[in-house]
Design a protein around this ligand. Structure first.
Ligand SMILES: *[C@@H]1O[C@H](CO)[C@@H](O)[C@H](O)[C@H]1NC(C)=O
Ligand SMILES: *[C@@H]1O[C@H](CO)[C@@H](O)[C@H](O)[C@H]1NC(C)=O
Ligand SMILES: *[C@@H]1O[C@H](CO)[C@@H](O)[C@H](O)[C@H]1NC(C)=O
Length: 298
């Protein structure tokens, strides 16, 4: 009998109840449908359209090592990794950072002090990893641990950072949008799901490889070569981010306006409106350290 009870406890831990994470869009039916930043009338329902942060960027990283290889933190082979989704004002300016102290889950806030002097305190509670588990989303967690990889710190620190610094400032993940029946942390898990969904629109590694642009420690590429390859599949110029005086390629960002909600709506690719930090020529797209990657099935 006791062993049955223990078994029951174990099973409930392994198979936590699956809770839906989507917002309530019932109230959106019948409202005008417009792309964010392209509306010609004032949009009032911020749960049905992206009102704050209507220019939405999908950002991906290319790093050659994680720094925590010994703890099995590895990049997905033949795949860029997720940075996040970054909401900006329509003109490309910042919508702010860490906008809700009550939803601050970042254990290492960066910046730790905002331009207006507000201090962001490090979060000390249970990790956002446990939020995902509470919703029974081991599928999402496995995916994030494969494709949303941090550098020099646990993956969940990056996930928490992305949510707390960005998602709390846009209208798309407001807690009120999940009523009635809001379950705490629902919008956090939903933000992660949405970030994964938009990432899956852009298999950057494969798009580049199909144009002969593969990581190399022997050959450099030009900015036009990279941009043209991406453009041929998206119809839009991405933003490219480089370090070391524009020579080492580290990041790509895809720009969008969103029709309806970020969770259900359509992401329309747009040209980047921010200057690339990569040089015109001589860009290194380095091979990863072989021991920093693992083969993945997806
Ligand atoms: C579009 O909607 C936003 C958010 O409600 C509003 O600030 C802006 O003025 C609207 N644009 C126009 C042209 O009405
Ligand atoms: C950075 O790049 C610019 C333009 O390519 C060049 O003029 C400058 O000397 C470089 N600076 C360094 C520190 O390498
Ligand atoms: C390629 O160069 C990068 C940057 O120096 C390095 O981190 C990486 O280990 C190298 N990869 C291979 C396969 O040599």
């Amino acid at each position: 009998m006791l062993s049955l009870v223990i078994l029951g406890v174990l099973v409930s831990v392994v198979h936590a109840k699956f809770y839906p994470t989507y917002p309530n869009i019932e109230t959106c039916v019948g409202l005008p449908v417009q792309y964010s930043c392209e509306n010609t009338t004032v949009v009032t329902d911020s749960c049905c359209n992206v009102v704050r942060g209507g220019l939405v960027l999908q950002a991906q990283y290319w790093n050659t090592y994680t720094g925590l290889e010994l703890q099995a933190q590895l990049f997905p082979k033949n795949s860029w990794s997720i940075h996040g989704i970054v909401p900006l004002n329509c003109d490309g300016t910042s919508i702010g950072q860490y906008c809700d102290p009550g939803r601050q889950y970042d254990p290492k806030p960066l910046p730790s002090t905002l331009p207006n002097g507000t201090v962001i305190n490090p979060y000390k509670g249970p990790s956002v990893r446990t939020f995902i588990q509470e919703f029974g989303r081991s599928d999402l967690l496995d995916y994030m641990d494969t494709f949303w990889i941090n550098q020099g710190a646990p993956n969940e620190d990056l996930w928490a950072h992305e949510y707390s610094i960005h998602a709390t400032c846009t209208s798309a993940f407001d807690v009120a949008c999940y009523d009635p029946g809001y379950k705490k942390h629902q919008e956090v898990v939903n933000f992660f799901e949405t970030a994964v969904k938009v990432y899956q629109m852009y298999p950057t590694y494969d798009i580049l490889a199909a144009s002969g642009i593969v990581p190399s420690n022997k050959t450099t590429y030009t900015r036009a070569q990279i941009t043209n390859a991406i453009y041929s599949q998206t119809g839009a110029d991405p933003w490219l981010g480089c370090l070391d005086n524009g020579t080492v390629w580290k990041e790509i960002r895809y720009f969008h306006h969103v029709l309806g909600t970020e969770q259900f709506g359509h992401f329309k690719p747009l040209d980047s409106i921010i200057s690339s930090t990569c040089a015109e020529t001589g860009i290194w797209y380095y091979e990863r350290t072989p021991t920093s990657e693992k083969a993945v099935s997806d």
